[in-house]
Design a protein around this ligand. Structure first.
Ligand SMILES: [Zn+2]
Length: 130
């Protein structure tokens, strides 16, 4: 039995770990399905040969990724929802309230609408549960 008809040479692609906000933005801008954890974006050899909507979206929000992909002569950019989303909710060991640690390693308590809770921060430093 032969199960394989044909194999294709793999396309050069640039994998990008993306935050949930980034994925949402892309999905909306490119009319992709919103709930997907992975979005393939085909690009051309240069900005001019890239689909207009794709080019506009990438230049506006993902310029560095777009530049890198063009430099690497990629055919696709693969945006993947990152597993370790730094925005995920942590809980403070001290008080049990929501907290977050930003990309600089600074921890803050956050209140219900996701903004920094300065009152709790003034009381004690937020320490994440392991
Ligand atoms: Zn606390």
């Amino acid at each position: 039995m032969n199960y394989v008809l044909e194999t294709f040479s793999p396309a050069q692609h640039l994998p990008v770990n993306t935050t949930s906000d980034g994925m949402k933005l892309l999905a909306e801008a490119l009319n992709e399905k919103q709930d997907s954890n992975i979005i393939f974006v085909a690009i051309g050899e240069c900005e001019e040969s890239t689909d207009e909507l794709v080019c506009k979206t990438l230049k506006e929000h993902f310029q560095s990724v777009f530049t890198e992909a063009l430099d690497e002569e990629c055919e696709f950019i693969v945006f993947m929802l990152s597993d370790d989303d730094s925005e995920k909710t942590l809980y403070c060991t001290e008080c049990g309230n929501d907290m977050k640690i930003d990309e600089n390693g600074i921890s803050n308590h956050i209140d219900n609408d996701g903004s920094i809770d300065y009152e709790l921060d003034a009381d004690h430093v937020a320490i994440a549960e392991e």
